[in-house]
Design a protein around this ligand. Structure first.
Ligand code: PGA
Length: 272
């Protein structure tokens, strides 16, 4: 057995052991985007390792690719997991600039972010490409975190349900029942980096809708897929959003760059 397989096994055992907490569980994912430096990554992870993270919270870090190896070194045998912010849909070969799922797995990743709205809007990640990336990640044992979300115009026009369904359907067409091995992140595009979040009743309604779609796609198992909320999550609003039905965690951009605010969020979610 290779070292990385042993590490994965140890981590899974620890998680299985700790998972029996009876408390509502949340994934608290940090999407660092194109920020941080080697020095700030070391400082952040060093501090995070000293933080007590209760068993019902799963901290997941998405650093830029060049810093994955720092996390691999610092988080060996740790319960904190991490992943790539993107992944190639191709397996290997002449694809300059791309990073494959096998490479992410090699770096000890557990997750891969797929179809973030910035990838979709700036880098041409179409629904088909997004589906291909999800399949590539699953093939190498990574958990895809599939990002979906509507624009403000689509929300205002009342078309958000169709948009979200279209985005999920495209992935489902590529991976089928393996959808149950994914995480979904609902991120309204208009809430990303703006400081504006939807009303809690809108989050509840939309998460309920996504939950229902997953159930239709993959039955009861589909309903176990965690649906994260993302877009302007901050220590100020975390407890309110956490109280919303069907919210299985968070995908946090800006507020995850600073160790104080990230650990504040973990602390606020730890309180009863
Ligand atoms: P934000 O970003 O928390 O800065 O709004 C969230 C995201 O894009 O994942």
């Amino acid at each position: 057995m290779e070292r990385k397989d042993i590490e994965k096994l140890v981590r899974e055992r620890i998680e299985a052991e700790l998972g029996r907490t009876g408390r509502r569980e949340y994934i608290v994912a940090a999407n660092w985007k194109m920020n941080m430096s080697a020095k700030s990554v070391r400082r952040f992870i060093g501090r995070l390792r000293e933080t007590e993270i209760p068993a019902h919270l799963k901290a997941v870090i998405f650093p830029p690719f060049p810093y994955l190896h720092i996390l691999q070194d610092m988080l060996r045998y740790d319960r904190i997991t991490y992943g790539g912010q993107d992944v190639a849909k191709e397996e290997s070969g002449a694809y300059t600039g791309e990073v494959s799922a096998a490479m992410l797995a090699d770096c000890g990743c557990t997750y891969a972010l797929i179809g973030h709205s910035e990838r979709r809007s700036y880098y041409g990640d179409t629904p088909r490409i997004t589906a291909g990336k999800a399949a590539a990640a699953l093939d190498k044992g990574l958990t895809p975190v599939i990002c979906i979300g509507e624009s403000l115009e689509e929300r205002r026009a009342g078309r958000y349900r169709d948009v979200l369904k279209g985005q999920l359907d495209a992935v489902y067409a590529g991976i089928g029942e393996r959808m149950t091995g994914c995480v979904v992140a609902y991120e309204p595009v208009w809430a990303i980096g703006t400081g504006v979040i939807p009303g809690l009743s809108d989050i509840e309604e939309t998460h309920g809708y996504i939950h229902g779609l997953l159930g239709t796609m993959a039955g009861n198992e589909g309903k176990t897929v965690p649906v994260l909320y993302g877009g302007s999550v901050k220590p100020d609003n975390i407890r309110d959003i956490a109280s919303v039905r069907h919210v299985g965690g968070f995908l946090i951009g800006g507020a995850s760059l600073d160790i104080e605010s990230y650990t504040d969020i973990l602390g606020l979610l730890s309180e009863g």
